[in-house]
Design a protein around this ligand. Structure first.
Ligand code: DHB
Length: 311
């Protein structure tokens, strides 16, 4: 029997598929829908210290090859997600979930992480270094010095399993430089990739979303080759203790298969989950299992990272 189970650090997941942060994860109701679907786990909407309303609407638009968004970090605030996760820890202690977070400043990030450290939360934490949509706040992970400084401070007090959500990089030198930074730290995972930041999509003569004069992060089919390149680039460069989560352009079992071939240990679905709803996890799982069965792979580990090159 083919299994799509996987692991991140010491944590086991019955299925390699899950939502990507930002989709189906703003409220308990949405998170419950993912939890009761075929997904292996969920990640919460990136939380700031206080709740935020985000940018004015329309701020998310489906387009033929994916999506464009400039949500502006709407979320219910850290306490909302932390309380829910602590409840789940009591009721389903055998399951592990991901708490996504970032501060609007380095100080706020430390305040948030210190709260999580002081709590009894024992799941995974994803520090989002790649939000492209808050006016005036650049993506942290495009500044390697800032990233190194932030992670140095974080790991001076934070001892729970922590990973980072990364934006796509587009230059081999940047893969090298970013990996050299991340390899200095006891990260549990890196998640590649967030949206390709600041695209523009036009309808007739007009932009398609209201914030930032239409500039927004791209997701969906547009971004799969970029996502796969980032997954594999970090798979090649990071120390083996740092696992990779693959995100970007997953619509089918074949797309998930490709992310795993490139080195991903979990695969997240964003844009297509928004389009299709939580039934997508059953469909993509069945498609992935069919590919594995046809190729004679029984587990994810039989082919994870085993991308073939042309000699
Ligand atoms: C938002 C978008 C992102 O890509 C992200 O990583 C965090 C927040 C947003 O606009 O809400």
């Amino acid at each position: 029997m083919v299994s799509t189970a996987s692991q991140i650090g010491p944590f086991h997941f019955d299925n390699v598929l899950m939502n990507a942060a930002g989709v189906y994860c703003m409220t308990r109701e949405e998170l419950e829908a993912v939890r009761h679907s075929a997904a292996g786990t969920f990640v919460t909407k990136t939380a700031t210290l206080e709740a935020r309303a985000g940018n004015p609407e329309p701020r998310y638009q489906e387009v033929p090859l994916g999506s464009i968004n400039s949500m502006g970090l709407p979320n219910q605030g850290l306490d909302y997600y932390l309380e829910y996760l602590l409840e789940l820890q009591e009721t389903v202690p055998e399951k592990t979930y991901f708490l996504s977070l970032v501060g609007l400043s380095p100080d706020e990030t430390h305040t948030i992480l210190k709260k999580v450290q002081a709590s009894s939360y024992n799941g995974l934490v994803e520090l989002n270094l790649s939000c492209p949509n808050v006016p005036g706040k650049p993506q942290i992970a495009y500044d390697f010095e800032t990233t190194e400084h932030l992670l140095t401070e974080v790991f001076s007090y934070f001892t729970k399993p922590l990973g980072v959500k990364l934006p796509p990089y587009f230059d081999i030198v940047h893969f090298d430089q970013a990996a050299a930074v991340f390899n200095q730290f006891p990260l549990t995972f890196v998640n590649c990739v967030n949206s390709i930041g600041n695209g523009l999509y036009l309808e007739e003569e007009t932009v398609s979303i209201k914030p930032k004069q239409g500039f927004g992060g791209l997701g969906g089919q547009y971004i799969k080759p970029t996502a796969l390149a980032n997954v594999h680039a970090f798979y090649q460069r990071l120390k083996p203790e740092i696992q990779i989560i693959g995100t970007g352009g997953v619509l089918t079992g074949r797309d998930a298969f490709e992310h795993i071939l490139c080195g991903a240990s979990m695969v997240q679905i964003g844009t297509q989950l928004q389009k299709e709803g939580v039934g997508i996890f059953e469909r993509v799982t069945a498609e992935l299992q069919a590919i594995m069965a046809e190729k004679g792979y029984q587990t994810i580990e039989d082919f994870r990272g085993k991308l073939k090159y042309i000699d």
